[in-house]
Design a protein around this ligand. Structure first.
Ligand code: URA
Length: 240
């Protein structure tokens, strides 16, 4: 929900102050009713008319970012740290789909499309996310099996995961494990490893559904193409 004068101003037809004047003068209708009160909250789906003309909805934009370490997944930070939104040159108000920790790197989507964002985050759609974790210690086969079948974090068992051991480094006493999950619980990957006694030293998300980081160095981003957006929307119908 957003303030009416802000919605009008963002459509580009008037400044915020002019939008307020239009409202006070009875020139603005929301879903067919004249609204005279400033600050009235309207939803994304509300029909807003100014002088009898429907204002156009903002174009939707979709970005895929290779998030560097040390950037916060949020639109604003109270400690003035750099956010993922700061990395993208875009005038429209975009926000990240889901979260990556401050020290996690890799793929993250940003958009102003609330519908697609909800679809991607809804557990029923079971969107696969592939993570590569570097962990302390040489992981045992029985622990890999545990991750696969589910471990208890925050009092609840995780859903089945796909697990691949990528590398063991006996000299440095580390292992690299690929983990594919479709849940999005808070700090899920780190907690999964912790629950079986391993510390995650580094974490990178490499894939979301069919999207990966091809051609993008750390900090780089690109727009999704219309085919990719369509394919993401299609995931929902495939799951029904
Ligand atoms: N799981 C984590 O623990 N951290 C992330 O950033 C993403 C998934």
């Amino acid at each position: 929900m957003e303030r009416l004068q802000k919605v009008i101003a963002r459509s580009g037809i008037a400044s915020r102050r002019k939008a307020e004047e239009l409202i006070l003068n009875g020139k603005v209708k929301v879903d067919g009713k004249v609204i005279l009160e400033l600050g009235t909250k309207v939803s994304e789906n509300s029909k807003v008319e100014v002088n009898g003309v429907l204002i156009s909805k903002e174009d939707k934009v979709y970005y895929l970012l290779n998030k560097p370490r040390g950037v916060i997944t949020s639109t604003k930070d109270e400690h003035n740290r750099k956010t993922v939104v700061d990395l993208i040159e875009e005038d429209k108000r975009i926000y990240p789909v889901g979260r990556l920790d401050y020290d996690t790197t890799g793929i993250i989507l940003l958009t102003n499309d609330g519908e697609l964002s909800n679809l991607l985050m809804h557990p029923k759609n079971e969107i696969d996310k592939v993570y590569i974790a570097k962990i302390k210690g040489i992981i045992l086969p029985k622990d890999l099996m545990q991750l696969k079948s589910g471990v208890i974090i925050d009092g609840r068992k995780t859903k089945k995961a796909r697990v691949k051991l990528k590398k063991i480094d006996k000299i440095n006493n580390t292992s690299i494990v690929e983990l594919t999950i479709h849940e999005g619980r808070n700090h899920q990957v780190k907690k999964m490893f912790e629950s079986i006694g391993y510390e995650v030293l580094k974490l990178k998300r490499e894939k979301i559904a069919f999207l990966d980081l091809s051609g993008l160095k750390s900090g780089e981003y690109r727009k999704l193409n219309p085919k990719e957006v369509k394919k993401l929307y299609a995931i929902e119908s495939e799951k029904q």
